[in-house]
Design a protein around this ligand. Structure first.
Ligand SMILES: [Zn+2]
Length: 202
């Protein structure tokens, strides 16, 4: 299994390219000019079959249509995130140079498993940053979107955000047994152990 981090788009959103040993690949969030992503996929002979969306904000979905068109990927998002994915005012693309509307191919719920080749992503429902935000857990790795950052957490002042709700989601993450590598939607990677000790929002 390999995890590649590409910071893409106008504010450098982390796009994660996760592949198994046979090249079966999931792309987690993608914004901006997709050419660095296309190059990485071509250089490594990968076969992207799924785009997993942690949430629907413009800076996580901006390249979804281009990537889907190129590879025929299935787009997967949380079942409660439709208001964000389908409304350019709510996902803020209206104010950021586009009008993005994403219709996922599949909606998932807490506890669902998404299988991509040998990879099994467990869906964790972590609302608060947006109404339908998700984290994806793969073995001892968490892709945390804009719910959990190194030393911080996602803002809740945008449409559908809610402070008490994200605090509950962060508490759920804190209470997961054992340690995990954490791959956030922005900024550097961290571990759950470090965040439990040092993140004031946990
Ligand atoms: Zn966001």
């Amino acid at each position: 299994m390999k995890i590649k981090i590409l910071a893409m788009g106008s504010i450098g959103t982390n796009c994660y390219v996760v592949s198994d040993d046979a090249g079966n690949t999931a792309i987690i969030d993608c914004d901006g000019d997709p050419r660095p992503l296309f190059s990485y996929i071509a250089e490594n002979n990968l076969n992207p079959t799924h785009i997993l969306l942690t949430h629907g904000h413009y800076d996580h979905i901006g390249a979804v249509d281009l990537v889907k068109d190129k590879y025929g990927c299935k787009v997967i998002a949380g079942k409660d995130e439709m208001p964000v994915l389908t409304d350019p005012a709510i996902n803020s693309s209206l104010y950021c140079g586009g009008e993005f509307i994403i219709i996922p191919d599949e909606l998932v719920s807490d506890g669902d498993i998404i299988t991509v080749g040998d990879l099994k992503f467990q869906v964790m429902f972590t609302p608060g940053h947006t109404v339908g935000s998700l984290c994806f857990i793969l073995q001892d790795n968490i892709f945390s979107g804009d719910t959990l950052f190194q030393g911080s957490c996602g803002r809740t002042d945008l449409a559908t955000g809610d402070w008490n709700t994200i605090l509950r989601s962060l508490k759920r993450l804190r209470n997961l047994p054992g340690d995990y590598s954490v791959f956030p939607g922005h900024g550097p990677s961290t571990t759950l152990g470090i965040e439990r000790m040092s993140n004031p929002y946990m």
